[in-house]
Structures are given as structure tokens and as C-alpha cells.
Write a protein that binds this ligand. Structure first.
Ligand code: ATP
Ligand code: MG
Length: 451
């Protein structure tokens, strides 16, 4: 297989643009006689003049050989083994992913096709195992040509087997192989195609749009955690607002956020041009400024209108605020049938952000310190600010919460003292806060009672 070689300087970057850790790992692999290259999104982003999120390394060394070279490494994954390599002084969470070249088990030249008789079901036999291959096989199993570039930082050259550089220059998203077949093989590529179009502003290759429109439903077959991970990437990569529009250009929008279909069709300005759009813009700004963004905040935004409706319904049926809140959270995030299964860790944070809204608005002087000590306070405050931009919250309340975070402890004390005296609390024993998981478990056998 012929490749084109480009010096990285002619593409506008050099090895100083990559992380020192990934460079050292590649040098080390090479000094042991192995290949070591950067691949995928980081090479694409460097070529585009963007700052890569992470640096993925590929090699021809097998996982156990990688571990031998790097004592601070760990093999993860069962189906596909990936090695997390930590350099000296790196923290537990900071690692570089090093992967052995892999082949598609169906490709004629792959190791599997050579050792297995044709009649056997290769996918089944090799489930749970790894199918290693050559670099030429590795490139063919990647998704888009723009994600198929390799970069050798020692030689300072980019290796392009499939015309990825030309596609970047022409701003075209081109599938490696036949789009329909590759979408069928792995429907996550449908979500990825929409995401890259939004993030990079590229055009789909001829015919890809129609394939997406016709076959979006294939994503229903995806494993729920993989599906969630691909979906949240829409919103934490700096193109959240554009992604939102692109998603609704395809059936994926209504599949993901069916509760919004009618709002969107009637162009409900509160939901679309207001609250959600403002949140997406803020998220994009935070990413540009290098500030962290959490997927829970996005989930809290998108399901807020549904939560409010549900909360009112439960309170109308006579439930106390606390219980109504628990039931509304459970209905919106856990119980209702939905394509997007939200992990419990996220549900718990969303539950806290929503629960604190009423407390922030009430400003009961007994609650101020516990609220500020809550680790979700900052996210809940940001959510309150967001709500105030669409007139849902009294601006003086937001101003008060902004100020109390800025003043010294004396001033803070006096701000709290100046709040009106609250009504005495009822004698009924206060129920402990339950996590969303506990609540869901508790109500698992009950029918959708109040609805
Ligand atoms: P991002 O900058 O958003 O992380 P990325 O291209 O790096 O984009 P990753 O999910 O980090 O995306 O994947 C790394 C690389 O692995 C991709 O560039 C691509 O080569 C390959 N890849 C990832 N997912 C798939 C898939 N579903 N099918 C084929 N190749 C994939
Ligand atoms: Mg990546």
C-alpha cells in the first residue's frame, strides 16, 4: 500500500506542538526496535492548526511488550486491549493511550483470516480477543480519511495512506470504504460523522448525508454507555451550539430528545433560542477558554423543562417538595423509555443541581452555609445564572449569590444575618437525601403511580 509523506513543517506544525510525554513514549518504543507513531484526532487537529485534546500512540509492539518497556503501565479493555502508559511523575489520571496496530477480522490479509478456516464465524471466535495487524491494516479499520493520518515526531513527517491531507485541505469528510457498510458495521460512526461535520465545518462526501438520513435508526443497536459517550462529545468539544443544530438536521435530534420535539416544531423561543442556546454558547466559550465543562450540566439543561413540568404535576397531586423532586428526577432521567441512557453518576449530579435551585431562590439563612459547602454549589449557581438570562429567576437573587461568593467572611456573615428570619421548620422528621439510584431502586416495582 503506497503512502504519501509530508514533512510536518509544510503542514504548519512541529514536534514542539505535541505533548512531551507522548514524544518520550515514542522515542522509547523506537529505541526498543518498535514502531511508534501518533494517530487519529491529534494528527488531524495539528494539521488544522487546532490544539489536540489528547495524543494517541500506535505501535507494532504487543500489549505485554509495551508493558515491559514501560513499568508504569496498565492494560485495560477486554475486547480490545489498550495500554495506559504513565511517565515518571505523571498522576494516576494522566496517561497516554498506546494501542497495538489492529486489523479488521474480515480483511483478507489479517492474521485471523489466515489462521481460521473460512467457514468459522470470525467475529464470534475472536470476541474477547485482539486481532493485531500491520499498519496498513490498522489504517483501513479507521473511520474517516481525516482520522487516518499517522505522525512520526522523531522523523517529523506525516504518513497519509488514504488522501486524508487532501480531504482536510478540501474540508471534506470522507469515509474509508463504503459509508453504508461502515455505518452498518458500527453505527457509532453515524454520530461521529455528524459530530465532525459540526466541529470542523466540513462537508460530507457525496451520498453520505442520504445514508445518515436513511439509517440513523441503526444507532439504537449501540451499547448504551458507548452511545452516551459519543453523544456527550457533541457538547464538550467547543462546537455545542453548531452540533445542536446539526443533530436536528437528522432524525437523531428527535430520537435523542423526543421530549423536545413539539417545542422545537412550534419553535418555542424559551426553550430553543433562549435557555438551551445560551447554555450551549456558554459551554463553547468555556471550552475556548480552557475551562472544564461537565456533561451533567448539559443533561441538566436539556431535561430541565421536562423536570419542571413533572415537578409541578407531582406537587399538584399533594406531594411535598422534596418527594415531588425525587419523583420528577426519576421520571425524567431514569424511568422513561429513552434512547439516551444517562449513567447514575450523572443523574446524581443533575439531581443535586436541580434540587438546589429552589434552595438558592429561597435563600433561607439556615441553608446558606450548607449550600455553599455543597460540592455542586458552583454548578447549581451557574444553572441559576443561566435561568436568570431567560427571566426565570429574580436578578436580585442572582446578584446576592454572586456577591456572597466574592466578599470576605465578615461581610458574608453580615449578608446572611440581614436575610429575613425564616419560618420555623415543621416538626416532621426530615427525610435523608437519596441518590437517584436509591430512589430508582426503591420505586422500581411501583407502577408509574402518580402519572
Ligand atoms: P476527538 O478529537 O473528538 O477525540 P478523535 O478522532 O480523536 O476525535 P477518538 O474517539 O478519540 O476520536 O478516536 C481516535 C481514533 O480512533 C479516531 O481518529 C479514528 O481513527 C479511530 N476511531 C475511533 N472511533 C472509531 C470508530 N467507531 N470506527 C473506526 N475508527 C474509529
Ligand atoms: Mg481523540
Amino acid at each position: 500500500m503506497e503512502a504519501e509523506y509530508y514533512s510536518s513543517s509544510e503542514l504548519g506544525f512541529d514536534k514542539s506542538d505535541i505533548s512531551q510525554d507522548s514524544f518520550e513514549i515514542i522515542q522509547n518504543l523506537k529505541s526498543h526496535g518498535y514502531d511508534g507513531l501518533l494517530v487519529g484526532g491529534c494528527v488531524r487537529d495539528l494539521t488544522l492548526g487546532l490544539k489536540p485534546k489528547d495524543f494517541d500512540v500506535v505501535t507494532d509492539a504487543l500489549p505485554h511488550q509495551i508493558c515491559k518497556i514501560f513499568p508504569r503501565s496498565r492494560i485495560i479493555g477486554r475486547r480490545f486491549k489498550i495500554v495506559h502508559v504513565r511517565q515518571q511523575g505523571q498522576r494516576y489520571m494522566d496517561y497516554i493511550e498506546v494501542t497495538t496496530y489492529r486489523a479488521d477480522p474480515e480483511s483478507p490479509g489479517s492474521w485471523v483470516s489466515k489462521i481460521l478456516p473460512k467457514s468459522r464465524n470470525k467475529r464470534k471466535v475472536f470476541q474477547g480477543e485482539n486481532i493485531y495487524g500491520t499498519r496498513e491494516e490498522d489504517v483501513m479499520r479507521r473511520d474517516f480519511t481525516i482520522n487516518s493520518l499517522y505522525y512520526d515526531p522523531v522523523e517529523e513527517r506525516v504518513i497519509d495512506y488514504l488522501g486524508g491531507i487532501q480531504d482536510i485541505q478540501q474540508q471534506q469528510l470522507r469515509m474509508i470504504g463504503n459509508p453504508r457498510q461502515r455505518f452498518l458495521e458500527d453505527p457509532a460512526r453515524i454520530i461521529r460523522a455528524i459530530r465532525f461535520k459540526a466541529k470542523l465545518g466540513f462537508d460530507f462526501e457525496h451520498g453520505m448525508e442520504e445514508e445518515i438520513q436513511q439509517h440513523t435508526a441503526w444507532v439504537e443497536g449501540l451499547n448504551s454507555s458507548r452511545f452516551y459517550d459519543e453523544v456527550v462529545k457533541f457538547f464538550n468539544q467547543g462546537a455545542a451550539e453548531e452540533s445542536w443544530d446539526q443533530i436536528f438536521e437528522t432524525p437523531l435530534g428527535e430520537m435523542l430528545f423526543s421530549h423536545m420535539a413539539s417545542d422545537r416544531r412550534s419553535n418555542n423561543s424559551d426553550q430553543f433560542t433562549g435557555f438551551i442556546r445560551q447554555a450551549l454558547r456558554n459551554t463553547d466559550r468555556r471550552v475556548r477558554e480552557g475551562l472544564p465543562v461537565i456533561d451533567s450540566f448539559f443533561i441538566a439543561v436539556v431535561f430541565w423543562s421536562e423536570y419542571k413540568k413533572s415537578l409541578l404535576r407531582y406537587m399538584g397531586k399533594g406531594l411535598r417538595e422534596h418527594d415531588a423532586h425525587d419523583s420528577a428526577v426519576s421520571d425524567c432521567l431514569v424511568k422513561r423509555p429513552q434512547l439516551l441512557i444517562i449513567p447514575f453518576r450523572v443523574c446524581d449530579i443533575v439531581h443535586e443541581i436541580w434540587r438546589m435551585q429552589a434552595m438558592l431562590e429561597r435563600r433561607d439563612k439556615r441553608d446558606i452555609r450548607p449550600i455553599m459547602a455543597n460540592r455542586r454549589f458552583r454548578a447549581a449557581y451557574d444553572f441559576l445564572v443561566l435561568r436568570s438570562t431567560v427571566g426565570e429567576v429574580d436578578p436580585t437573587c442572582v446578584k446576592w449569590w454572586t456577591e456572597i461568593q466574592e466578599v470576605d467572611s465578615m461581610e458574608r456573615k453580615s449578608m446572611i444575618t440581614q436575610l429575613p428570619n425564616p419560618k420555623p421548620r415543621s416538626k416532621r422528621r426530615r427525610r435523608k437525601n437519596r441518590s437517584v439510584r436509591q430512589h430508582a431502586r426503591l420505586h422500581a416495582t411501583q407502577p408509574q403511580d402518580m402519572m
